[in-house]
Ligand binder design. Structure first.
Ligand code: DX5
Ligand code: ZN
Length: 215
């Protein structure tokens, strides 16, 4: 069964505690937190103090997606704030293997992410070190965009390589995921679906989460 990581980017920022509690009690497996620096992506979202407050206010596993140019500087602050998984972009600056080791040495889960223009093969050398890879199925930076169908081939390529090597690395997909395209995404081999607008923008978010969980 696939897991669901609702993205709080589409939640009500003035009512995050309420929205996260709703999502978790409806059956979400974790919460996806999009951190943007206005440099790696053309948008600014939330930072360390907000993650700290969320972590204090709820028990959810926090899946932190860093869309920032210099992740190395912020790994420790986000871990100290309560992140359970740190997800870094392969296109960002810094020593990827060193950062992955550093995250894991602190007992946290480590993930790498690729933008739509980066091939799946660029992740292959890191797979044995990783708990998760994230395939971006939109250009990172904004919620509510349309799913890029080309990302399904990337999921298939990663699935084949992870299975060939017999690894535990999970595959997450993020961007434009909805109840309509989710079955095809799961069939391609994704383990975790991130959904922002398809959850928090739904008329009935609780119903939407339950439907995602039936997949
Ligand atoms: C986009 C973010 C996503 C975003 C997804 O850069 O990484 O997590 O919140 O939003 P939807 O599901 O609306 O495409
Ligand atoms: Zn994200």
């Amino acid at each position: 069964m696939s897991k669901l990581s609702p993205s709080i980017l589409s939640a009500d920022f003035a009512n995050l505690k309420r929205d996260i509690a709703m999502a978790m009690s409806a059956g979400a497996d974790m919460m996806h937190i999009d951190v943007m620096d206005g440099h790696f992506v053309p948008n600014i979202s939330i930072g360390v103090p907000v993650v700290k407050s969320i972590s204090k206010a709820c028990d959810a596993f926090l899946d932190v997606h860093l869309m920032i140019s210099q992740p190395e500087k912020y790994i420790d602050p986000f871990i100290n704030a309560g992140a359970d998984l740190i997800n870094i972009h392969l296109e960002a600056e810094g020593d990827m293997a060193g950062m992955i080791k550093h995250i894991k040495a602190q007992g946290k889960k480590a993930a790498l992410t690729v933008k739509p223009s980066t091939p799946a093969e660029a992740l292959f050398p890191y797979l044995p070190m990783l708990d998760m890879v994230l395939v971006m199925s939109v250009e990172p930076g904004f919620g509510g965009q349309s799913f890029m169908p080309g990302s399904l081939d990337k999921v298939r390529a990663l699935r084949a390589e992870i299975d060939r090597l017999g690894l535990d690395c999970l595959i997450e997909i993020d961007g434009g995921v909805n109840l309509k395209n989710a079955p095809e995404i799961v069939a391609a081999g994704a383990d975790i679906l991130v959904a922002g607008s398809a959850v928090f923008g739904a008329d009935d978010p609780t119903w939407a989460i339950k439907e995602f969980k039936k997949l």
